[in-house]
Design a protein around this ligand. Structure first.
Ligand code: PBG
Ligand code: ZN
Length: 327
């Protein structure tokens, strides 16, 4: 074809912005926030420079600041003062997430409030639901944990959450939650399922952030092994069939092939750029080895290119500012 087709023509500096295929916008971004019931002023998370645990009485201001930067959705994680084997504080009407939702909705009514529905921050053993003796020893018990998730989700919905995001990877989780929400009159509350969630070493820094490390075993009996693509797509397919409104792939950056596959299922897809992805970028940027802004915009744009409609990222606030600069 050369010299008729010269690809470099389209890369002329003033032409190329017109031909960009993917454009990251603030509407794509969801900011995760950690609300901690045991503190009274923001506490930095060592392993995640720039991220904090916020006290309940400071969370509305943080949401309001994000709103003013153009961020339209937050994902809440709670760190309670009491933990026990059954995660009772997770469905307390006055629990940490419930109070945070109320305060954010009162201060910034337009903010889409998404709540993580899981038990690992609320159990003393640190697993994502009810633990007991299974056929092969101590393990997360599936069916008994479903009832717990229903209670947590309904209490989040009761306090005003727009979207609940179950992250425990239980079988039958989405169907069970949909029925429970509908029974309680919350037909309009969406379910954003952590439908394809891998057992990943990239969650390391999160365990410090959310105080959710486990006391025995690991999560490999409920989260997917990173080697398994077909299994990963099937997990999202099943959640779609059970009535999920939004699917999710987590982590994001190492899993772009999975994201592309899940995006074909026909539902909106969120990708979660997790704590380890954040911390790796931060650590290298702090040493001057990479350029933070460039690499973050590249990583998020590529996640969108692979098929994500929404991206959950700890960089959300920074990116909002950088997108403004670009205009
Ligand atoms: C809890 C949960 C985890 C993350 C989100 N929800 C940790 C885990 O499953 O071990 C990880 C988020 C991150 O690393 O940023 N189920
Ligand atoms: Zn969990």
């Amino acid at each position: 074809m050369f010299p008729q087709r010269r690809m470099r023509r389209r890369r002329t500096r003033h032409i190329q912005p017109l031909l960009r295929e993917i454009c990251l916008t603030k509407n794509d971004l969801i900011a995760p926030l950690f609300v901690n019931e045991t503190i009274s002023s923001p506490r930095p998370i060592d392993a995640m420079p720039g991220q904090f645990n916020y006290p309940i009485n400071g969370i509305a201001a943080v949401a309001s600041d994000l709103w003013n930067r153009g961020i339209r959705a937050v994902l809440l994680f709670g760190i309670p003062k009491e933990k026990d084997p059954e995660a009772c504080s997770a469905y307390d009407a006055e629990g940490v997430v419930q109070q945070a939702v109320l305060r954010i909705k009162a201060e910034v009514p337009g903010m889409v409030v998404i709540t993580d529905v899981c038990a690992c921050e609320y159990t003393d053993h640190g697993h994502c639901g009810i633990v007991g003796e299974g056929r092969y020893g101590l393990d997360l018990l599936n069916d008994p944990s479903l009832e717990l998730m229903n209670r947590i989700a309904c209490s989040h919905a009761e306090s005003g959450a727009d979207i609940i995001a179950p992250s425990c990877m239980l079988d039958g989780m989405v169907g069970s939650l949909r029925a429970a929400l509908d029974d309680a009159g919350f037909e309009d509350v969406l379910i954003m399922s952590y439908s394809t969630k891998f057992a990943s070493a990239l969650y390391g820094p999160f365990r410090e952030a959310a105080g959710s490390g486990f006391s025995f075993g690991d999560r490999s009996t409920y989260q997917i092994h990173y080697a398994n693509r077909r299994e990963a797509i099937l997990e999202s397919q099943m959640d779609a069939d059970e009535g999920a409104d939004i699917l999710m792939v987590k982590p994001a950056g190492f899993y772009l092939d999975i994201l592309a596959g899940v995006a074909e299922l026909g539902l909106p897809v969120a990708a979660y750029q997790v704590s380890g992805e954040y911390s790796m970028i931060k650590a290298a940027a702090e040493r001057g080895w990479i350029k933070e802004k460039e690499i973050v915009l590249e990583s998020l744009t590529c996640i969108k290119r692979a098929g994500a409609d929404l991206i959950i990222t700890y960089f959300a606030a920074d990116v909002a500012g950088w997108l403004d600069e670009k205009q």
